[in-house]
Design a protein around this ligand. Structure first.
Ligand code: FES
Length: 98
């Protein structure tokens, strides 16, 4: 079962493949202030994926469009609410500026 590591807290959780990344993060006890119901409509779940990026489901056009509208986006950016974890370990960094 893949491990999800959440920075900067360092929390680690075992996550079943196919689990939504936002659900995995909140299930590990972290809080993201979602205002869109987890449908990619706000920026609350914007984070950086520092390891295991290829394990996540591929970003679709609406996610790319939303990320393009945000400040502080990098090549590591994803919206956790519209990404699911695959078979490999993933490390994410929750952003302080979101
Ligand atoms: S929770 Fe709103 S964009 Fe992901």
């Amino acid at each position: 079962m893949p491990k999800l590591t959440i920075q900067p807290s360092g929390k680690v959780a075992d996550v079943a493949p196919g689990t939504n990344l936002l659900a995995a993060i909140t299930g590990a006890g972290e809080t993201l202030k979602c205002t869109c119901g987890g449908n990619g409509g706000c920026e609350a779940s914007h984070l950086f994926v520092s390891e295991g990026r290829k394990s996540l489901t591929k970003a679709q056009k609406p996610e790319h469009e939303k990320l393009d509208s945000l400040v502080g986006v990098s090549s590591k950016s994803r919206l956790a609410c519209v990404a699911a974890i695959g078979e490999e370990d993933v490390t994410v960094e929750i952003l302080s500026f979101v």
